[in-house]
Design a protein around this ligand. Structure first.
Ligand code: HEM
Length: 531
Protein backbone atom coordinates (compact mmCIF):
# COMPACT_ATOMS: atom_id res chain seq x y z
CA UNK A 1 0.00 0.00 0.00
CA UNK A 2 2.82 2.37 0.91
CA UNK A 3 4.52 2.01 -2.47
CA UNK A 4 1.22 2.17 -4.35
CA UNK A 5 0.29 5.26 -2.44
CA UNK A 6 3.67 6.81 -3.21
CA UNK A 7 3.15 6.12 -6.91
CA UNK A 8 -0.53 6.96 -7.28
CA UNK A 9 -1.33 9.15 -4.26
CA UNK A 10 -3.87 7.92 -1.71
CA UNK A 11 -5.03 4.37 -2.59
CA UNK A 12 -8.55 4.32 -3.99
CA UNK A 13 -9.67 1.78 -1.39
CA UNK A 14 -8.87 4.18 1.43
CA UNK A 15 -10.61 6.89 -0.53
CA UNK A 16 -13.77 4.78 -0.65
CA UNK A 17 -13.61 3.94 3.04
CA UNK A 18 -12.96 7.56 3.92
CA UNK A 19 -15.83 8.82 1.79
CA UNK A 20 -18.29 6.24 3.06
CA UNK A 21 -17.40 6.42 6.73
CA UNK A 22 -17.00 10.15 6.99
CA UNK A 23 -20.40 11.77 6.83
CA UNK A 24 -20.46 14.58 4.30
CA UNK A 25 -21.02 17.15 7.02
CA UNK A 26 -17.92 16.34 9.10
CA UNK A 27 -15.34 18.18 6.95
CA UNK A 28 -17.86 20.93 6.40
CA UNK A 29 -18.38 21.28 10.14
CA UNK A 30 -14.62 21.42 10.66
CA UNK A 31 -14.27 24.10 8.01
CA UNK A 32 -17.28 25.98 9.40
CA UNK A 33 -15.66 26.01 12.81
CA UNK A 34 -12.37 27.42 11.45
CA UNK A 35 -14.36 29.86 9.36
CA UNK A 36 -16.15 31.17 12.49
CA UNK A 37 -12.91 31.37 14.47
CA UNK A 38 -11.36 33.59 11.78
CA UNK A 39 -14.47 35.36 10.52
CA UNK A 40 -13.23 38.87 11.29
CA UNK A 41 -10.00 38.21 9.35
CA UNK A 42 -11.57 36.87 6.13
CA UNK A 43 -11.01 38.95 2.98
CA UNK A 44 -13.87 41.31 2.12
CA UNK A 45 -16.63 40.11 -0.17
CA UNK A 46 -20.33 40.22 -1.03
CA UNK A 47 -23.02 38.72 1.22
CA UNK A 48 -24.97 37.30 -1.71
CA UNK A 49 -23.66 35.52 -4.77
CA UNK A 50 -24.91 35.35 -8.33
CA UNK A 51 -25.72 32.04 -9.92
CA UNK A 52 -25.89 31.00 -13.57
CA UNK A 53 -23.39 33.69 -14.64
CA UNK A 54 -22.27 32.98 -18.21
CA UNK A 55 -19.15 35.10 -18.12
CA UNK A 56 -18.06 34.84 -14.48
CA UNK A 57 -14.88 36.88 -15.12
CA UNK A 58 -16.99 39.99 -15.71
CA UNK A 59 -18.66 39.46 -12.32
CA UNK A 60 -15.31 38.74 -10.63
CA UNK A 61 -13.99 42.01 -12.03
CA UNK A 62 -16.95 43.93 -10.55
CA UNK A 63 -16.30 42.25 -7.20
CA UNK A 64 -12.59 42.98 -7.14
CA UNK A 65 -13.31 46.62 -7.97
CA UNK A 66 -16.00 46.91 -5.32
CA UNK A 67 -14.28 45.06 -2.48
CA UNK A 68 -10.76 44.81 -1.19
CA UNK A 69 -9.19 47.59 -3.31
CA UNK A 70 -9.26 45.26 -6.31
CA UNK A 71 -6.94 42.82 -4.59
CA UNK A 72 -8.42 39.88 -2.70
CA UNK A 73 -12.12 39.04 -2.46
CA UNK A 74 -13.86 36.26 -0.57
CA UNK A 75 -17.04 34.60 -1.82
CA UNK A 76 -18.86 31.57 -0.51
CA UNK A 77 -19.99 29.56 -3.55
CA UNK A 78 -21.56 26.33 -2.33
CA UNK A 79 -19.73 24.67 0.55
CA UNK A 80 -16.24 25.79 -0.50
CA UNK A 81 -14.74 29.21 0.25
CA UNK A 82 -13.57 30.90 -2.94
CA UNK A 83 -10.86 33.55 -3.14
CA UNK A 84 -10.66 35.86 -6.15
CA UNK A 85 -7.33 37.61 -6.78
CA UNK A 86 -7.81 40.81 -8.76
CA UNK A 87 -4.30 42.24 -8.96
CA UNK A 88 -1.02 41.06 -10.45
CA UNK A 89 0.67 41.66 -7.11
CA UNK A 90 -1.71 39.44 -5.11
CA UNK A 91 -1.49 36.68 -7.75
CA UNK A 92 2.31 36.88 -7.74
CA UNK A 93 2.56 36.93 -3.94
CA UNK A 94 0.33 33.89 -3.48
CA UNK A 95 0.57 31.73 -6.61
CA UNK A 96 4.24 32.35 -7.35
CA UNK A 97 5.93 33.11 -4.04
CA UNK A 98 3.76 30.85 -1.90
CA UNK A 99 3.43 28.18 -4.57
CA UNK A 100 3.89 25.42 -1.99
CA UNK A 101 0.43 26.28 -0.60
CA UNK A 102 -1.44 27.42 -3.72
CA UNK A 103 -0.55 24.96 -6.50
CA UNK A 104 -3.07 22.18 -5.93
CA UNK A 105 -6.47 21.78 -7.60
CA UNK A 106 -9.97 21.42 -6.22
CA UNK A 107 -11.67 18.09 -6.93
CA UNK A 108 -13.24 17.79 -10.38
CA UNK A 109 -15.18 14.63 -9.67
CA UNK A 110 -17.01 14.30 -12.98
CA UNK A 111 -14.36 15.66 -15.35
CA UNK A 112 -11.10 14.83 -13.56
CA UNK A 113 -11.89 11.66 -11.63
CA UNK A 114 -14.73 9.79 -13.38
CA UNK A 115 -14.28 10.88 -16.99
CA UNK A 116 -10.47 11.07 -16.94
CA UNK A 117 -9.63 8.52 -14.22
CA UNK A 118 -7.26 11.10 -12.67
CA UNK A 119 -5.05 11.00 -15.79
CA UNK A 120 -5.31 14.65 -16.82
CA UNK A 121 -2.45 16.44 -15.08
CA UNK A 122 -4.04 19.82 -15.69
CA UNK A 123 -6.88 18.86 -13.33
CA UNK A 124 -4.80 16.75 -10.93
CA UNK A 125 -4.13 17.99 -7.39
CA UNK A 126 -0.50 18.28 -6.24
CA UNK A 127 0.55 14.62 -6.00
CA UNK A 128 3.28 12.23 -7.07
CA UNK A 129 1.38 11.64 -10.34
CA UNK A 130 1.07 15.37 -11.09
CA UNK A 131 4.81 15.91 -10.48
CA UNK A 132 5.72 13.11 -12.91
CA UNK A 133 3.29 14.47 -15.53
CA UNK A 134 4.56 18.02 -15.05
CA UNK A 135 8.22 16.96 -15.37
CA UNK A 136 7.47 15.15 -18.62
CA UNK A 137 5.71 18.26 -20.01
CA UNK A 138 8.48 20.52 -18.75
CA UNK A 139 11.23 18.43 -20.37
CA UNK A 140 9.28 18.16 -23.62
CA UNK A 141 8.63 21.91 -23.89
CA UNK A 142 11.38 23.71 -21.98
CA UNK A 143 13.11 26.49 -23.85
CA UNK A 144 15.93 24.45 -25.44
CA UNK A 145 13.60 21.65 -26.50
CA UNK A 146 10.99 24.08 -27.86
CA UNK A 147 13.65 25.75 -29.99
CA UNK A 148 13.95 22.45 -31.86
CA UNK A 149 10.27 22.85 -32.88
CA UNK A 150 10.88 26.25 -34.48
CA UNK A 151 11.45 24.90 -38.00
CA UNK A 152 7.92 23.44 -37.86
CA UNK A 153 6.47 26.75 -36.64
CA UNK A 154 8.37 28.60 -39.37
CA UNK A 155 7.10 26.30 -42.16
CA UNK A 156 3.50 26.25 -40.93
CA UNK A 157 3.57 30.02 -40.54
CA UNK A 158 4.55 30.37 -44.22
CA UNK A 159 1.50 28.26 -45.08
CA UNK A 160 -0.61 30.51 -42.85
CA UNK A 161 0.62 33.65 -44.68
CA UNK A 162 -0.26 32.04 -47.99
CA UNK A 163 -3.73 31.06 -46.73
CA UNK A 164 -4.33 34.64 -45.53
CA UNK A 165 -3.22 35.91 -48.93
CA UNK A 166 -5.38 33.61 -51.03
CA UNK A 167 -8.48 33.32 -48.85
CA UNK A 168 -8.43 36.16 -46.30
CA UNK A 169 -12.12 35.91 -45.37
CA UNK A 170 -11.54 32.50 -43.78
CA UNK A 171 -8.81 33.87 -41.51
CA UNK A 172 -10.15 32.15 -38.43
CA UNK A 173 -10.05 28.71 -40.03
CA UNK A 174 -6.44 29.36 -41.12
CA UNK A 175 -5.36 30.40 -37.61
CA UNK A 176 -6.95 27.27 -36.16
CA UNK A 177 -5.32 25.04 -38.75
CA UNK A 178 -1.94 26.63 -38.06
CA UNK A 179 -2.22 26.15 -34.30
CA UNK A 180 -3.55 22.59 -34.58
CA UNK A 181 -0.91 21.59 -37.11
CA UNK A 182 1.98 22.89 -35.00
CA UNK A 183 0.68 21.08 -31.91
CA UNK A 184 -0.11 17.80 -33.70
CA UNK A 185 3.24 17.80 -35.53
CA UNK A 186 5.17 18.58 -32.38
CA UNK A 187 3.20 15.97 -30.44
CA UNK A 188 2.66 13.09 -32.87
CA UNK A 189 5.01 13.96 -35.75
CA UNK A 190 2.44 14.49 -38.53
CA UNK A 191 0.87 17.68 -39.75
CA UNK A 192 -2.71 18.87 -40.24
CA UNK A 193 -3.67 20.04 -43.71
CA UNK A 194 -7.33 20.69 -43.02
CA UNK A 195 -8.41 21.06 -39.38
CA UNK A 196 -12.06 20.47 -40.30
CA UNK A 197 -11.45 16.96 -41.62
CA UNK A 198 -8.22 15.78 -39.97
CA UNK A 199 -8.82 12.59 -37.96
CA UNK A 200 -6.53 13.49 -35.03
CA UNK A 201 -8.02 16.98 -34.70
CA UNK A 202 -11.56 15.61 -34.81
CA UNK A 203 -10.87 12.89 -32.25
CA UNK A 204 -9.23 15.39 -29.89
CA UNK A 205 -12.00 17.94 -30.38
CA UNK A 206 -14.57 15.26 -29.49
CA UNK A 207 -12.61 14.40 -26.37
CA UNK A 208 -12.49 18.08 -25.39
CA UNK A 209 -16.22 18.43 -25.86
CA UNK A 210 -16.81 15.33 -23.68
CA UNK A 211 -14.76 17.08 -21.01
CA UNK A 212 -16.47 20.47 -21.27
CA UNK A 213 -19.91 18.85 -21.18
CA UNK A 214 -19.24 17.42 -17.70
CA UNK A 215 -17.02 20.23 -16.38
CA UNK A 216 -19.98 22.36 -15.56
CA UNK A 217 -20.01 23.66 -11.97
CA UNK A 218 -23.32 23.02 -10.25
CA UNK A 219 -24.65 20.67 -12.99
CA UNK A 220 -23.96 17.39 -11.17
CA UNK A 221 -24.94 16.59 -7.57
CA UNK A 222 -21.83 14.39 -7.27
CA UNK A 223 -19.64 17.53 -7.04
CA UNK A 224 -21.45 18.36 -3.78
CA UNK A 225 -21.84 14.75 -2.57
CA UNK A 226 -18.55 13.02 -3.53
CA UNK A 227 -19.62 9.70 -2.01
CA UNK A 228 -21.99 9.30 -5.00
CA UNK A 229 -18.86 8.44 -6.96
CA UNK A 230 -18.96 4.97 -5.43
CA UNK A 231 -22.55 4.14 -6.39
CA UNK A 232 -22.26 1.10 -8.70
CA UNK A 233 -22.87 1.99 -12.35
CA UNK A 234 -25.74 -0.47 -12.52
CA UNK A 235 -27.76 1.84 -10.24
CA UNK A 236 -26.43 5.07 -11.79
CA UNK A 237 -26.92 5.39 -15.57
CA UNK A 238 -25.15 8.78 -15.52
CA UNK A 239 -22.04 7.08 -14.14
CA UNK A 240 -22.22 4.23 -16.65
CA UNK A 241 -22.43 6.83 -19.40
CA UNK A 242 -19.43 8.84 -18.18
CA UNK A 243 -17.36 5.64 -17.88
CA UNK A 244 -18.31 4.73 -21.47
CA UNK A 245 -17.07 8.16 -22.51
CA UNK A 246 -13.85 7.58 -20.58
CA UNK A 247 -13.24 4.40 -22.56
CA UNK A 248 -13.52 6.41 -25.80
CA UNK A 249 -10.81 8.81 -24.55
CA UNK A 250 -8.59 5.90 -23.53
CA UNK A 251 -8.96 4.25 -26.94
CA UNK A 252 -8.15 7.51 -28.69
CA UNK A 253 -5.08 8.44 -26.62
CA UNK A 254 -3.64 4.91 -26.66
CA UNK A 255 -4.40 4.59 -30.38
CA UNK A 256 -2.43 7.76 -31.20
CA UNK A 257 0.59 6.61 -29.17
CA UNK A 258 0.43 3.12 -30.69
CA UNK A 259 0.60 4.65 -34.17
CA UNK A 260 3.81 6.45 -33.19
CA UNK A 261 5.21 3.25 -31.61
CA UNK A 262 4.46 1.41 -34.81
CA UNK A 263 6.31 4.04 -36.87
CA UNK A 264 9.24 3.87 -34.45
CA UNK A 265 9.44 0.12 -35.01
CA UNK A 266 9.46 0.68 -38.75
CA UNK A 267 12.04 3.46 -38.27
CA UNK A 268 9.88 6.02 -40.05
CA UNK A 269 8.88 8.08 -36.99
CA UNK A 270 9.69 11.79 -36.90
CA UNK A 271 11.16 13.05 -33.58
CA UNK A 272 8.34 14.52 -31.52
CA UNK A 273 7.01 14.79 -27.97
CA UNK A 274 5.53 11.27 -28.10
CA UNK A 275 8.78 9.66 -29.34
CA UNK A 276 10.53 11.50 -26.50
CA UNK A 277 7.99 10.18 -23.95
CA UNK A 278 8.31 6.63 -25.26
CA UNK A 279 12.13 6.79 -25.14
CA UNK A 280 12.12 8.21 -21.62
CA UNK A 281 9.05 6.38 -20.31
CA UNK A 282 10.99 4.59 -17.60
CA UNK A 283 12.86 7.72 -16.45
CA UNK A 284 9.56 9.56 -16.05
CA UNK A 285 7.92 6.58 -14.36
CA UNK A 286 4.80 6.86 -16.52
CA UNK A 287 2.68 3.80 -17.27
CA UNK A 288 1.23 3.40 -20.78
CA UNK A 289 -2.03 5.17 -20.02
CA UNK A 290 -0.38 8.04 -18.16
CA UNK A 291 1.99 8.46 -21.09
CA UNK A 292 -0.87 8.50 -23.60
CA UNK A 293 -2.79 11.18 -21.63
CA UNK A 294 0.41 13.24 -21.15
CA UNK A 295 0.99 13.17 -24.93
CA UNK A 296 -2.58 14.43 -25.39
CA UNK A 297 -2.16 17.40 -22.99
CA UNK A 298 -0.70 19.93 -25.47
CA UNK A 299 -3.70 19.68 -27.78
CA UNK A 300 -6.25 20.65 -25.12
CA UNK A 301 -4.11 23.44 -23.71
CA UNK A 302 -2.24 24.80 -26.73
CA UNK A 303 -4.52 25.07 -29.77
CA UNK A 304 -7.30 27.43 -28.67
CA UNK A 305 -4.89 29.62 -26.69
CA UNK A 306 -2.53 30.16 -29.65
CA UNK A 307 -5.22 30.56 -32.34
CA UNK A 308 -7.41 32.72 -30.06
CA UNK A 309 -4.51 35.07 -29.25
CA UNK A 310 -3.89 35.59 -32.98
CA UNK A 311 -7.61 36.22 -33.55
CA UNK A 312 -7.52 38.86 -30.77
CA UNK A 313 -4.57 40.45 -32.55
CA UNK A 314 -6.58 40.78 -35.78
CA UNK A 315 -9.48 42.24 -33.82
CA UNK A 316 -7.07 44.75 -32.27
CA UNK A 317 -5.81 45.64 -35.76
CA UNK A 318 -9.34 46.43 -36.88
CA UNK A 319 -10.05 48.52 -33.81
CA UNK A 320 -6.74 50.24 -33.08
CA UNK A 321 -4.57 49.36 -36.09
CA UNK A 322 -4.22 52.94 -37.33
CA UNK A 323 -2.38 53.72 -34.11
CA UNK A 324 0.18 50.91 -34.27
CA UNK A 325 0.31 49.23 -37.72
CA UNK A 326 2.23 52.05 -39.52
CA UNK A 327 4.85 52.21 -36.72
CA UNK A 328 5.27 48.42 -36.75
CA UNK A 329 5.59 48.35 -40.55
CA UNK A 330 8.21 51.12 -40.48
CA UNK A 331 10.24 49.04 -38.02
CA UNK A 332 9.81 45.87 -40.12
CA UNK A 333 10.77 47.64 -43.35
CA UNK A 334 13.93 48.95 -41.73
CA UNK A 335 15.02 45.68 -40.09
CA UNK A 336 13.70 43.04 -42.52
CA UNK A 337 13.07 44.88 -45.81
CA UNK A 338 10.70 43.47 -48.40
CA UNK A 339 12.78 40.59 -49.83
CA UNK A 340 12.02 38.00 -47.17
CA UNK A 341 9.65 37.16 -44.31
CA UNK A 342 10.65 38.09 -40.73
CA UNK A 343 12.31 35.24 -38.83
CA UNK A 344 12.68 34.26 -35.17
CA UNK A 345 16.19 35.72 -35.25
CA UNK A 346 14.82 39.16 -36.21
CA UNK A 347 12.75 39.47 -33.06
CA UNK A 348 15.52 40.95 -30.89
CA UNK A 349 15.74 43.83 -33.37
CA UNK A 350 11.97 44.40 -33.43
CA UNK A 351 11.11 45.95 -30.04
CA UNK A 352 7.91 47.63 -31.24
CA UNK A 353 6.51 44.45 -32.81
CA UNK A 354 7.44 42.53 -29.65
CA UNK A 355 5.61 45.16 -27.59
CA UNK A 356 2.48 44.62 -29.75
CA UNK A 357 2.66 40.90 -28.96
CA UNK A 358 2.85 41.51 -25.19
CA UNK A 359 0.07 44.09 -25.33
CA UNK A 360 -2.19 41.71 -27.33
CA UNK A 361 -1.71 38.98 -24.72
CA UNK A 362 -2.44 41.57 -22.01
CA UNK A 363 -5.39 43.28 -23.72
CA UNK A 364 -7.60 40.20 -24.30
CA UNK A 365 -6.19 37.18 -22.46
CA UNK A 366 -7.70 33.95 -23.82
CA UNK A 367 -7.34 32.24 -20.44
CA UNK A 368 -9.69 34.81 -18.88
CA UNK A 369 -9.89 32.92 -15.60
CA UNK A 370 -6.10 32.58 -15.36
CA UNK A 371 -6.20 28.85 -16.09
CA UNK A 372 -7.78 26.13 -14.01
CA UNK A 373 -8.70 27.16 -10.43
CA UNK A 374 -6.17 26.36 -7.71
CA UNK A 375 -6.85 24.93 -4.25
CA UNK A 376 -4.93 25.94 -1.12
CA UNK A 377 -3.54 23.08 0.96
CA UNK A 378 -2.88 24.96 4.24
CA UNK A 379 -4.36 27.82 6.24
CA UNK A 380 -2.59 31.06 5.34
CA UNK A 381 -2.63 34.75 6.19
CA UNK A 382 -2.03 37.38 3.52
CA UNK A 383 -1.84 41.06 4.45
CA UNK A 384 -3.78 40.29 7.60
CA UNK A 385 -6.49 38.36 5.72
CA UNK A 386 -7.13 34.73 6.59
CA UNK A 387 -7.36 32.21 3.74
CA UNK A 388 -8.81 28.88 4.78
CA UNK A 389 -7.12 25.62 3.82
CA UNK A 390 -9.13 24.02 1.01
CA UNK A 391 -10.21 27.35 -0.51
CA UNK A 392 -10.64 27.52 -4.26
CA UNK A 393 -8.34 30.27 -5.54
CA UNK A 394 -9.02 31.96 -8.88
CA UNK A 395 -6.79 34.63 -10.42
CA UNK A 396 -8.87 35.88 -13.38
CA UNK A 397 -6.62 37.46 -15.98
CA UNK A 398 -9.57 39.58 -17.05
CA UNK A 399 -9.41 41.42 -13.68
CA UNK A 400 -5.61 41.38 -13.47
CA UNK A 401 -4.83 42.55 -17.00
CA UNK A 402 -7.55 45.20 -16.94
CA UNK A 403 -6.63 46.53 -13.51
CA UNK A 404 -6.29 50.30 -13.91
CA UNK A 405 -3.52 50.49 -11.31
CA UNK A 406 -1.22 48.58 -13.65
CA UNK A 407 -2.73 49.56 -17.01
CA UNK A 408 -4.38 53.01 -16.78
CA UNK A 409 -6.32 52.75 -20.09
CA UNK A 410 -6.92 48.99 -20.04
CA UNK A 411 -9.37 48.58 -22.94
CA UNK A 412 -7.11 50.29 -25.47
CA UNK A 413 -4.29 48.41 -27.15
CA UNK A 414 -1.23 50.55 -26.38
CA UNK A 415 2.07 48.76 -27.21
CA UNK A 416 4.01 51.78 -25.88
CA UNK A 417 3.36 50.67 -22.31
CA UNK A 418 5.66 47.68 -22.96
CA UNK A 419 8.46 49.96 -24.15
CA UNK A 420 8.65 52.08 -20.99
CA UNK A 421 10.21 51.22 -17.63
CA UNK A 422 7.35 49.91 -15.54
CA UNK A 423 7.04 48.07 -12.24
CA UNK A 424 5.15 44.79 -12.66
CA UNK A 425 5.31 41.65 -10.54
CA UNK A 426 6.17 39.08 -13.19
CA UNK A 427 8.70 38.20 -15.83
CA UNK A 428 7.11 39.60 -18.97
CA UNK A 429 5.30 42.72 -17.77
CA UNK A 430 2.03 40.73 -18.02
CA UNK A 431 0.72 37.47 -16.55
CA UNK A 432 -0.65 35.75 -19.67
CA UNK A 433 1.16 32.46 -18.95
CA UNK A 434 0.31 32.17 -15.27
CA UNK A 435 2.40 31.68 -12.18
CA UNK A 436 4.71 29.41 -10.20
CA UNK A 437 4.48 25.65 -10.22
CA UNK A 438 1.50 25.63 -12.58
CA UNK A 439 2.91 28.21 -15.02
CA UNK A 440 2.11 27.29 -18.63
CA UNK A 441 4.60 24.57 -19.64
CA UNK A 442 3.92 25.39 -23.32
CA UNK A 443 5.05 29.00 -22.95
CA UNK A 444 8.19 28.49 -25.07
CA UNK A 445 6.10 27.01 -27.87
CA UNK A 446 3.00 29.24 -27.63
CA UNK A 447 4.73 32.60 -27.25
CA UNK A 448 7.02 32.22 -30.31
CA UNK A 449 4.03 31.06 -32.38
CA UNK A 450 2.09 34.19 -31.54
CA UNK A 451 5.15 36.43 -31.99
CA UNK A 452 6.29 35.09 -35.36
CA UNK A 453 2.83 35.26 -36.89
CA UNK A 454 2.05 38.74 -35.59
CA UNK A 455 5.37 39.95 -37.07
CA UNK A 456 4.67 38.28 -40.42
CA UNK A 457 1.08 39.51 -40.66
CA UNK A 458 2.25 43.08 -39.95
CA UNK A 459 5.08 42.66 -42.46
CA UNK A 460 2.90 41.40 -45.30
CA UNK A 461 -0.60 42.77 -44.82
CA UNK A 462 -2.77 45.74 -44.03
CA UNK A 463 -5.65 44.83 -41.74
CA UNK A 464 -8.67 47.09 -41.48
CA UNK A 465 -12.46 47.22 -41.24
CA UNK A 466 -14.31 45.01 -43.72
CA UNK A 467 -16.70 46.66 -46.21
CA UNK A 468 -20.31 45.78 -46.96
CA UNK A 469 -21.77 45.49 -50.52
CA UNK A 470 -22.25 49.26 -50.64
CA UNK A 471 -18.56 49.79 -49.86
CA UNK A 472 -19.28 51.07 -46.34
CA UNK A 473 -17.18 50.09 -43.36
CA UNK A 474 -18.53 47.29 -41.17
CA UNK A 475 -17.88 48.89 -37.81
CA UNK A 476 -16.47 46.93 -34.90
CA UNK A 477 -18.17 48.54 -31.97
CA UNK A 478 -16.07 48.75 -28.82
CA UNK A 479 -18.96 48.09 -26.47
CA UNK A 480 -20.16 45.10 -28.41
CA UNK A 481 -16.67 43.77 -28.77
CA UNK A 482 -15.91 44.08 -25.13
CA UNK A 483 -18.39 41.26 -24.70
CA UNK A 484 -18.18 39.66 -28.14
CA UNK A 485 -15.98 36.94 -26.74
CA UNK A 486 -17.04 33.35 -26.23
CA UNK A 487 -18.30 31.92 -22.92
CA UNK A 488 -16.59 28.95 -21.37
CA UNK A 489 -13.37 28.22 -19.62
CA UNK A 490 -11.29 30.10 -22.20
CA UNK A 491 -12.66 33.06 -24.09
CA UNK A 492 -11.73 34.07 -27.63
CA UNK A 493 -13.30 36.57 -30.06
CA UNK A 494 -16.65 35.61 -31.53
CA UNK A 495 -16.70 35.62 -35.34
CA UNK A 496 -16.01 39.08 -36.80
CA UNK A 497 -15.16 40.39 -40.24
CA UNK A 498 -12.02 42.18 -41.30
CA UNK A 499 -10.21 43.15 -44.47
CA UNK A 500 -6.77 41.61 -44.94
CA UNK A 501 -4.88 42.83 -48.02
CA UNK A 502 -1.27 42.39 -49.15
CA UNK A 503 0.91 45.48 -48.77
CA UNK A 504 2.46 45.26 -52.28
CA UNK A 505 3.09 42.92 -55.21
CA UNK A 506 6.62 42.41 -53.86
CA UNK A 507 5.20 41.12 -50.57
CA UNK A 508 2.87 38.81 -52.52
CA UNK A 509 5.80 37.41 -54.47
CA UNK A 510 7.81 36.67 -51.32
CA UNK A 511 4.84 34.99 -49.60
CA UNK A 512 4.27 32.80 -52.71
CA UNK A 513 7.94 31.80 -52.93
CA UNK A 514 8.31 31.01 -49.25
CA UNK A 515 5.09 28.99 -49.34
CA UNK A 516 6.31 26.81 -52.24
CA UNK A 517 9.57 26.22 -50.41
CA UNK A 518 7.70 25.35 -47.20
CA UNK A 519 5.54 22.77 -49.00
CA UNK A 520 8.66 20.92 -50.13
CA UNK A 521 9.94 20.64 -46.56
CA UNK A 522 6.54 19.86 -45.06
CA UNK A 523 6.27 16.69 -47.17
CA UNK A 524 8.32 14.98 -44.44
CA UNK A 525 5.49 15.61 -41.99
CA UNK A 526 2.54 14.71 -44.22
CA UNK A 527 -0.03 12.57 -42.41
CA UNK A 528 0.50 9.67 -44.82
CA UNK A 529 4.23 10.13 -45.53
CA UNK A 530 5.50 7.42 -43.19
CA UNK A 531 5.64 4.72 -45.86
C1 HEM B 1 -0.47 31.83 -26.43
C2 HEM B 1 -0.53 30.60 -26.01
C3 HEM B 1 -0.78 30.17 -24.59
C4 HEM B 1 -1.25 30.86 -23.52
C5 HEM B 1 -1.68 32.33 -23.47
C6 HEM B 1 -1.29 29.94 -22.39
C7 HEM B 1 -1.69 30.28 -21.11
C8 HEM B 1 -1.75 29.39 -20.05
C9 HEM B 1 -2.16 29.74 -18.71
C10 HEM B 1 -2.57 31.13 -18.23
C11 HEM B 1 -2.12 28.62 -17.95
C12 HEM B 1 -2.47 28.49 -16.46
C13 HEM B 1 -1.23 28.74 -15.64
C14 HEM B 1 -1.50 28.81 -14.16
O1 HEM B 1 -2.41 28.12 -13.64
O2 HEM B 1 -0.78 29.55 -13.47
C15 HEM B 1 -1.68 27.54 -18.81
C16 HEM B 1 -1.52 26.23 -18.39
C17 HEM B 1 -1.13 25.21 -19.22
N1 HEM B 1 -0.69 25.33 -20.53
FE1 HEM B 1 -0.65 27.03 -21.64
N2 HEM B 1 -0.86 28.71 -22.81
C18 HEM B 1 -0.53 28.81 -24.14
C19 HEM B 1 -0.02 27.80 -24.95
C20 HEM B 1 0.23 26.52 -24.54
C21 HEM B 1 0.83 25.49 -25.37
C22 HEM B 1 1.30 25.68 -26.81
C23 HEM B 1 0.86 24.35 -24.62
C24 HEM B 1 1.43 23.04 -25.09
C25 HEM B 1 2.35 22.39 -24.48
C26 HEM B 1 0.30 24.66 -23.30
C27 HEM B 1 0.15 23.77 -22.25
C28 HEM B 1 -0.37 24.09 -21.00
C29 HEM B 1 -0.62 23.09 -19.93
C30 HEM B 1 -0.41 21.58 -20.06
C31 HEM B 1 -1.08 23.81 -18.83
C32 HEM B 1 -1.49 23.23 -17.45
C33 HEM B 1 -0.31 23.25 -16.48
C34 HEM B 1 -0.62 22.65 -15.10
O3 HEM B 1 -1.78 22.52 -14.72
O4 HEM B 1 0.35 22.34 -14.38
N3 HEM B 1 -0.06 25.99 -23.29
N4 HEM B 1 -1.44 28.04 -20.08
Amino acid sequence: LASLSQRYGRPPTLDVVHSLLTPIWVPQLRQRWRFRAHRSQLPPGPKTIRTGVRKPWLWFQELTKEYGDGDVVYIQMGPTPTIILGSAQAAWDLLEKRGAIYSSRPRFIMGGELLSGGMRGLMAPSSAFWRRWRKALHNGFMQRQSESYRPIQNLESRVLMHDLLTNPKEFRTHLERYAASVIVTVTYGRRVEDARTDAVVRANAESMSRLTSVNNPGKFAIERYPALKYVPSIFAPWKAEVLRQRQKDINMYLGLVNEVKDKMKREVAVDCFTTYLIDKQENHGLDDLELAYAAGSPFGAGVETSAGSLASFLLACVKFGQGFIPKAQAELDKVVGSDRLPTFEDMVSLPYVTAIVSETLRWRPITVLGGTPRASIADDTYRGMFILKGSIVIAPLWSIHLNENDFPDPHRLLPECFLEERQYPGLFGHSAFGWGRRVCPGLHLGHPSVTLNIARILWGFNVSLAKNERGENIEVDMLVNLFAFSDGFNSSPLPFECLITARSSKHVQVIEQEFQDALRHLKNYAADSED
